[in-house]
Design a protein around this ligand. Structure first.
Ligand code: GLN
Length: 485
């Protein structure tokens, strides 16, 4: 059952070959069997999942079921889920039961999906390895000594090990695409504003975007269909029509122009990963695409720019965690300042504190112009590079991550080495563009992700480009042996 695609599951449910209750129970059993080894889920919603599944089965009987009705999923623990702990991977929110649903959660509930549980993540989505979580590190199902990537590492590990057919993730600088690459998944970070951020705990508000983490482009398109759309409760969501992401998946790629930025094939790229990416590009040529070398000259500014903008925004977003309204509160505070400092000191982990310090510094009087304003100017240059590139090409391709999954602990003492894991993904967030990662092969048994970047609101094309490749390759169908049974 757990090897089936979303559309196969949907057909089986609609035909009455399986019930949602049986399907949900199957996944709950798998979670019980394997989660101890992976630590992919922080919270398992057994009782409510079975209740939702029972409702779904009633809908099948009543003939009111839709394409996603009765299909289980997992949400990254950054999405507020009413009545269910929403921790964001932090001790700060360990006791936080969300009083309302995020729009994404609400939409997928309305579509009839069944929530299996909440997945582990780097604390407040800060990280590239899922090692900063208060709930402990997540293991990569392809090699449990290695990281699954981050910050949506729990969602990635859960889908890769088939402990959920699909999951949600969020991407501020690569957190959907990089774990998708490291775990052999298809992950889509949509255009900024395509999906509502309401109820999605903010890390860096001008960069954060939710998206699907799936086993194929077809599955991702189905979830995307239900997630996308304008939301009046999010002033940054864009009122732009949502196309049908599933109808154009098969459009032939003849005439497609793919840009390869020289800067994405630099000395930092692992040679074996490069070979894998080159082979994937060759495959696209046989599918009818034309390859064109391009330049995104300001790529080198992306990591430093991001590490001013993102910490600056997080320092203001996280100021609401003050021990007063919700979240962790220290014991016996002597006065207000003691309450603030001890609650925050105890509640936040080391990486989060590092970001708050950096961001507060960059925003402080006297440094604002030198750092924050400068970073905003660099951000514009990075965006302009892409605008110029999309005058010449339809999509841009390159590696998602410079290496395959690295060993747990390998980069934990060196924040800058960790930050460089997102060197190829961060620019698209700064520009607000959509980006995808799809499975493109293996190096020493570890997955490699091909990144596809599109123009604004061109998600349908990205999904089409990914789907055509998945019809002639079977990388995306590979699953880790250790969790297959
Ligand atoms: N790894 C990057 C960071 O630590 C991006 C994280 C993300 O996309 N949420 O900030």
């Amino acid at each position: 059952m757990h090897t089936k695609s979303l559309s196969e599951l949907s057909t089986a449910l609609h035909n009455g070959d399986i019930t949602s209750v049986a399907l949900t129970q199957h996944y709950l059993d798998r979670i019980k069997q394997y989660n101890g080894e992976l630590n992919a889920y922080i919270t398992i919603c057994e009782e409510s999942a079975l209740a939702q599944a029972t409702d779904a089965d009633t809908q099948f009987k009543a003939g009111t079921a839709g394409p996603l009705t009765g299909i289980p999923l997992a949400h990254k623990d950054i999405f507020c889920t009413q009545g269910v702990r929403t921790s964001c991977g932090s001790k700060m929110l360990d006791n936080f039961i969300a009083p309302y649903n995020a729009t994404v959660v609400e939409k997928l509930n309305t579509a009839g999906m069944v929530l299996l549980g909440k997945t582990n993540m780097d604390e407040f989505a800060m990280g590239s390895s899922n090692e900063t979580s208060f709930y402990g590190a997540v293991s990569n199902p392809w090699d449990t000594d290695r990281v699954p990537g981050g910050s949506s590492g729990g969602s990635a590990a859960a889908v890769a090990a088939q402990l959920a057919p699909i999951a949600t993730g969020t991407d501020t600088g690569g957190s959907i695409r990089q774990p998708a690459a490291l775990c052999n998944l298809t992950g889509l970070k949509p255009t900024y504003g395509r999906i509502s951020r309401y109820g999605m705990i903010a890390f860096a508000s001008s960069l954060d975007q939710a998206g699907p983490m799936a086993r194929s482009a077809e599955d991702a398109a189905m979830l995307m269909q239900a997630m996308a759309g304008f939301d009046e409760r999010d002033s940054t969501s864009v009122d732009h029509p949502v196309p049908d992401y599933t109808t154009d998946l098969n459009t032939p790629l003849d005439g497609l122009t793919i840009g390869l930025p020289t800067e994405y094939f630099d000395a930092g790229l692992d040679p074996a990963v490069n070979d894998t990416i080159q082979a994937a590009i060759k495959q696209y040529e046989t599918l009818g695409a034309t390859i064109k070398e391009i330049s995104l000259p300001n790529t080198k500014l992306a990591v430093p720019t991001y590490y001013v903008v993102a910490p600056a925004e997080c320092s203001t977003n996280l100021s609401r965690m003050d021990g007063v309204r919700f979240g962790h509160r220290c014991e016996d505070p002597v006065d207000l300042e003691d309450l603030y400092t001890r609650s925050r000191g105890e509640g936040f982990g080391e990486e989060v504190k590092r970001r708050i310090m950096t961001g507060t510094y960059a925003l402080s009087a006297g440094y604002y112009d030198a750092y924050y304003l400068k970073a905003q100017q660099c951000r514009r240059l990075i965006r302009d590079d892409f605008v110029a590139a999309f005058k010449q090409v339809d999509v841009i391709m390159g590696p998602t991550s410079p290496t395959t999954a690295f060993k747990a602990g390998e980069k934990t003492d060196d924040p800058v080495a960790m930050y460089l894991a997102d060197i190829y993904t961060i620019s698209t967030n700064l520009a607000g563009l959509p980006g995808m990662s799809i499975p493109a092969g293996f190096v020493d048994g570890l997955p490699v992700g091909l990144q596809i970047i599109g123009n604004y609101f061109d998600e349908a094309r990205l999904l089409n480009v990914a789907h055509r490749y998945q019809q002639v390759t079977d990388w995306h169908q590979q699953a880790p042996d250790a969790f297959a049974g």
